[in-house]
Design a binder for this molecule. Sequence first.
Ligand code: DGY
Length: 321
Amino acid sequence: MADKPVLWITRKLSDATEARAARDYDVRLNPQDRLFTADEIVAMSGEVDAILPCHSEHFNADVVASMSPRVKIVANHSVGVDHCDLNALKAKGVVVTNTPDVLSDATAEIALLLMLAAARRAGEGDRLVRAGVWNSWSPSFMVGTQMTGKRLGIVGMGRVGRAFARIVQGFGMEIHYYNRSRLSPELENGAIYHASVEDLLPHCQFVSLHCPATPETVDLINEARLALLPDGAILVNTARGALVDETALIAALKSGKVAAAGLDVFKVEPGGNPELAKLDNVFMLPHIGSATRETRDAMGFRALDNLDAFFAGGEPRDRLV
Ligand code: DGY
């Protein structure tokens, strides 16, 4: 029997994922779940045939150029691949895959949590009760914004955007969207298409970002675009921190142009933005959109499905390059 391919799983994954990987591959695991440096990634590349990384490992042009030609496939555990220089990996002949579909519902759930929390001042309320300083109640106390019946703009109507649209239909929201191309009526499911972000934003009492981070979408939400929102709009970002100019968002949150924001992703991760953290009208989570037991298993299995197809000589289902 031929030797099993050597597979490096860079982070601690779900037990079920690691068990399946250990059954089918000669695995190198990371039980301490420590973060590897770029130099360590390069060094490790000489010892393995395949890498199963997360978005925490950066395969930029320098890393890819220094990687051993032994690595034949980078099978990401994430749907987002902004941590990978796809052109550099393609030029080196490395196959790259991701994990679409399987995290859409979990991420849509977190978008809903952020939207409700931002609109209804959940962070502020939690801090107040937790600190033991909740000492009065009146009809004017902690009044927020209701989602029901409002207009929601979705930027990026891919799988996650559509999953979120399905959920918020239960709130009777009128859904508007921008996408690079218009969806079929079936996928649109009643949502109203806008041909540009500029056309979309003036309609958005709520806006939720669901597009990938690419060179074209960096700072997609900037000062000029924030100015297009109706006063008191609420912004949610579960996609990538790169999409938002945080300095412009902070100014809009301070002026009230944006009433509140719900953010799961930041320009700097881990860590976030200390200036955002000073604002009461921001509800923040530490990039946990896909962090459910069910979805972690599904992400791991999808990455392994892609590896299995590759090493069986077939075409991985989620091949990007
Ligand atoms: C993804 O899959 O892109 C999530 O952000 C977790 O990495």
